[in-house]
Design a binder for this molecule. Structure first.
Ligand code: CTP
Ligand code: MG
Length: 243
């Protein structure tokens, strides 16, 4: 059923792709299972989703050989009883993992948030804002931030600069990205080329994607320095007693 504008009775689920290995983070446990402030990155991400009032179900997409381990991990971290949590096995690429997560959604879910496990510190207000924009009628919503650096387009064969897009018109996009369920399912069924985010697939269908304000604490833990930053953000939150 298509999403109707301003429908406040829509049911929202979050799909959390967490099946990546985290190669850029260096050797060690899979990225989602590494800890920040003593708590696994995945648990931080799941909590951010369960704390959002709109979200009634969270589907965690685990490494294919890690479903039992992820299940035990989540059980041991006392998540809210009122929210349903499902764990499914992921795939070779993020895109495939998201598709497998979508396939596990029950009937009755109309709005889907797709959130990287690797963004453990996303503020719950941002999650609520993305969900609200979809519930207000936008088929696809991404949080985005202006860029600090100027971006160059290059010719990969020569490393020569071929262009400089106007920085003021660029946004670095984060997750959760929010979608009308039918729109996202259609995008995953139709688009087979490689993409790095879900909104990109919806764009390829010719459907408009809306940008809402992102948050600097929703950064993706990708490289070793990101772990240092994440620990610092957590320490600041704990000192301020906000989480
Ligand atoms: N992801 C996934 N399935 C994959 C690959 C990635 O579910 N086959 C998830 C990751 O677990 C992560 C999110 O997609 O939460 C964003 O991907 P990224 O930050 O690139 O994580 P990794 O792929 O794990 O890291 P790397 O690319 O450095 O290996
Ligand atoms: Mg990756």
């Amino acid at each position: 059923m298509p999403t109707s504008a301003k429908d406040t009775n829509l049911s929202t689920a979050a799909v959390i792709p967490a099946a990546g290995r985290g190669v850029r983070l260096g050797p060690g446990a899979p990225k989602a299972l590494r800890t920040l402030g003593g708590i696994p990155i995945l648990v931080h991400a799941v909590r951010a989703m369960t704390h959002a009032r709109a979200v009634s179900l969270v589907v965690v997409v685990a490494p294919p050989d890690g479903v039992a381990e992820v299940s035990a991990l989540l059980d041991s971290h006392g998540l809210p009883e009122a929210k349903d949590i499902k764990i499914v096995a992921g795939g070779e690429t993020r895109q495939e993992s998201v598709r497998l997560g979508l396939a596990a959604l029950p009937d009755g879910i109309d709005v889907v948030l797709v959130h990287d496990a690797a963004r453990p510190l996303v503020p719950v207000e941002m999650v609520e804002a993305v969900a609200a924009a979809v519930r207000d009628g936008a088929p696809a919503v991404v949080p985005g931030l202006p860029l600090a650096d100027t971006v160059k387009e290059i010719d990969p064969a020569t490393d020569a600069v071929v262009g400089t897009p106007e920085r003021a018109l660029l946004r670095a996009v984060q997750t959760p990205q929010g979608f009308d369920r039918a729109t996202l399912v259609k995008a995953h069924a139709t688009i087979t080329s490689d993409v790095t985010d879900d909104a990109g697939m919806v764009e390829q269908l010719g459907i408009q994607v809306l940008v809402v304000p992102g948050h600097e604490e929703a950064f993706k833990v990708t490289r070793p320095l990101d772990l240092v930053l994440a620990e610092a953000v957590l320490a600041r939150r704990r000192a301020a007693d906000v989480f």
